[in-house]
Write a protein that binds this ligand. Sequence first.
Ligand code: IPD
Ligand code: CA
Length: 292
Amino acid sequence: MTSTPIPATPDTGPDPAELASLAESVAVEAGELALRHRRMGIELAGTKSSRSDVVTAADLAVEQLIRDRIAAARPGDTVLGEEGGSQPGAAGTSGGSPAAAVSWVVDPIDGTVNYVYGIPAWSVSIAVAVGGQVMAGAVVNPMTGEVFTASAGGGASLNGAPLRRGGDVPDLAVALVGTGFGYTAANRAVDGWVVGELLPQVRDIRRIGSASLDLCMVATGQLDAYYERGLNPWDHAAGGLVAAEAGYTVAGLAGAPAGRAFLLAASLGLWEPLHDSLATLFADPRGTRPAA
Ligand code: IPD
Ligand code: CA
């Protein structure tokens, strides 16, 4: 008698939807802690890349809470956080191999300057990558109660309602474009020049102050596009997935993936002209190249 072999179940890794739901619940709880700290008053804990790049006691406490919750739920996973850097899981590499390793990318408070000044545009941002690919993410704005969630291939949602791209913006001249600036003076001088050159080409510019929320605002249609250079992974990992899963193109310059060098999110029709305009401007910072 021959027996039918039982097909091996391929190890597909953790379910992105489950990762998204864990990211969401941790981000919601973390947002509540950040709000409680805000009500008690701001306690500055230090500065980072420049005097304007502040860290509050809340940034540290919120990141610790997120690390504790992730360690309890998934003890093998690595956590990369804005304040504490990369820390491997206590239970060894999750997933068994680097290709399947699960790492969490955490910004405890994205928009810390807004948080300090009481401007209601800051978020808790948590993404989960498997083998380096972002598979799930959540961005929570505790001031507005907005909870953005996305999983790779599973779509994006705002407070449970699916987010889907509306119509394409016909051209640059009617596009509302968000951007942001890192904290170093030299980069800001270039970024400011680029914005000055772009402004006459578009409907208007917004600088919200939280990269993750900028990306979610592209997903909701509150911004037509958003670009920034110099972002760290925790600034854009979760929000980038929300925008991509809502149907927007999120990428870097000249075919590169979105990353520290550059990120542009927009609907496809707008992405190309905006990309070309920005590529030209950043290639000639401050217009120093003599006209041909
Ligand atoms: C910053 C915000 C800001 C962006 C900066 C980020 P932080 O993050 O996202 O909008 O322009 O590049 O560093 O410091 O508030 O977490
Ligand atoms: Ca940030």
